[in-house]
Ligand binder design. Sequence first.
Ligand code: C2E
Ligand code: CA
Ligand code: CA
Ligand code: CA
Length: 279
Amino acid sequence: AEWQGVNQFAFYTDEMDQRMIERQTLETALRSALDRGEIRVAYQAQVNLADESLCGIEALLRWESPQLGSVSPERFIPLAEEIGLIGELGELAFRFACNQVADWDRVGFRVPRLSVNLSIHELEQGGFVERIARALARSGIDPSRVELEVTESVLMSQTGDARAALSAIREMGMRLAIDDFGTGYSALAYLKRLPVQRLKIDRSFVKDLGRDLNDESITRAIIGLGRTLGLAVLAEGVETREQAVFLSREGCQEAQGYLFGRPMGAAELARRWAPRRDR
Ligand code: C2E
Ligand code: CA
Ligand code: CA
Ligand code: CA
């Protein structure tokens, strides 16, 4: 019936209008968020499964907007990529995190490794390498303590700019980890030739360990792959003791997840993990 079609059309336009208004609001707010200092960095612990000691931290962007409340990176990162703000945001995360690690060094809290996320759009943007080289040099921390997390699609990307940026990262002495491993489309044969040192098992496989045999097999396979190729393996999204025990028994060395701590501000992370000096 014709009226139904008309109604449906009206429904879609309303919804589209609504979405466009939301997006526009978000975009306007994000554009000023950087200048207004609304963007911060949270840190999440990464631990050695053997003794649950701190082996690294991951820097994660946080946006607390006075109008919109706290906005998830799952929403504002893709938007930032789209509107060309990811370069600035990524640089902020990198610079804040390097400076934080340097500050901690000075007070005797030595974080073994700092992981920062990197989007393909950043790599493809001109000046990326210069910007992070400068931030790294200013912080004074050793490049070998810094690891950049990229997804499989980034590594498989054939664009010249991204490739050149990845080699520059390696030449500077930083390390690379594959984030969300297993969810992308990396051809396994490539893994050997890529300049990566670590695989991060995606949370979607870790979630049902102990309940889902397929996820257990995949997880076991990724750990085995890491061992064969000489890559370190870290499991993401570990929330239960049962998952940690499974991973440890299967030979996974490192983990990250709510079981060991949520992403938190710098002061809280230090309270939780810095060696106590009042002894
Ligand atoms: P990601 O890099 O895979 O980061 C891990 C996400 O999982 C984080 O979400 C973290 O808070 C969450 N997580 C950690 N442990 C657990 C757990 O045990 N259970 C559950 N359910 N979740 C856990 P977050 O902070 O919301 O970040 C989402 C995504 O946004 C990140 O996924 C990353 O892709 C992106 N992102 C965050 N910060 C940056 C950044 O500085 N640059 C870029 N390019 N992307 C970023
Ligand atoms: Ca990550
Ligand atoms: Ca991840
Ligand atoms: Ca992710």
